[in-house]
Design a protein around this ligand. Structure first.
Ligand SMILES: NC(=O)c1ccc[n+]([C@@H]2O[C@H](COP(=O)([O-])OP(=O)(O)OC[C@H]3O[C@@H](n4cnc5c(N)ncnc54)[C@H](O)[C@@H]3O)[C@@H](O)[C@H]2O)c1
Length: 252
């Protein structure tokens, strides 16, 4: 097919068992990368890796809870041991739980912050020394349109995605002198298992949300994957510390 924008690169995609992460893994492989997907969903993750690479040569799965620093150490060590390098980290793992300031409990708030914020912090911390030693690397943090404005009923999630956006900018400036780029992606409404929470919220919620999307439809994970491909590849060599929005016009 002649597509090789990631030839010779190795990527780690967290939360890659399904949804956007799995789509990114597929596209990265199509573009010549070797990919390790990590997740807490072991059997789904193993099936995805097998589907993307039946002989295990271009995609493998590894168990990984992004809230655990020890897991990060062993996952990054394993990627480097297997492939000799790590060029791209996609901090994609995340959870969404609906709740307003009135009904969000402290444990629910902490759970979201642990996975969506601490997970991203630990990821950047875990890969930075290796990337610094090589003088290159691309870190892609998945935020959300909920990290661009205030969204009612998204108290914890919104706080977490604003934090991701903020960390991205600070770390981008810290790591720029070492040739490492750090950017955030802000998806709008993407049709993944995460959207089930809209269906659970009641009949017609999805349709109501859809009316707010100027392009008139939810995106497929591949729409986000194509942006991640751009940020992971050298095509985006001059972009760091930036927000990249893929939302069908939602935030316009
Ligand atoms: N779907 C959307 O509309 C949408 C919009 C904006 C942003 N996002 C963000 O995109 C990212 C991917 O979400 P998705 O829509 O593909 O949802 P998803 O639920 O299909 O995928 C998220 C993955 O993260 C994994 N995960 C959860 N906790 C984890 C942990 N502690 N350690 C490791 N993995 C863990 C899950 O098991 C799952 O496989 C998330 O960060 C999400 O917040 C999604």
């Amino acid at each position: 097919m002649g597509k090789s924008r990631l030839e010779g690169k190795v990527a780690l995609i967290t939360g890659g068992a399904r949804g956007m992460g799995a789509s990114e893994a597929q596209l990265f492989i199509d573009e010549g990368a070797k990919v390790v997907i990590s997740d807490v969903l072991d059997s789904v993750g193993q099936e995805t890796a097998k589907r993307l690479s039946p002989d295990g040569s271009v995609c493998t799965f590894i168990h990984h809870d992004v809230t655990k620093e020890d897991d990060w150490a062993s996952v990054v060590e394993s990627v480097i041991k297997t492939h000799g390098q790590l060029d791209i980290l996609v901090n994609n793992a995340g959870i969404f739980e609906r709740g307003s300031v009135l009904d969000t409990t402290l444990p629910a708030f902490s759970r979201t912050m642990d996975i969506n914020v601490t997970g991203v912090f630990l990821g950047m911390k875990a890969v930075a020394p290796h990337m610094v030693s090589r003088g290159k690397g691309s870190i892609i943090n998945i935020s959300s349109v909920a990290g661009l404005d205030g969204t009612p009923g998204f108290l914890a999630y919104g706080a977490s995605k604003w934090a991701v956006r903020g960390m991205t900018k600070g770390v981008a400036k810290e790591l720029a002198p070492f040739g490492i780029r750090v950017n955030s992606i802000h998806p709008g409404i993407i049709d993944t298992p995460m959207l089930q929470t809209f269906d659970e919220a009641g009949e017609g919620v999805r349709e109501m949300v859809r009316t707010r999307i100027p392009l008139g439809y939810e995106a497929e994970p591949i729409h986000v994957a194509r942006l991640a491909l751009y940020l992971g590849s050298d095509d985006s060599a001059y972009s760091t510390g930036s927000e990249f929005v893929v939302d069908g016009g939602w935030s316009a």
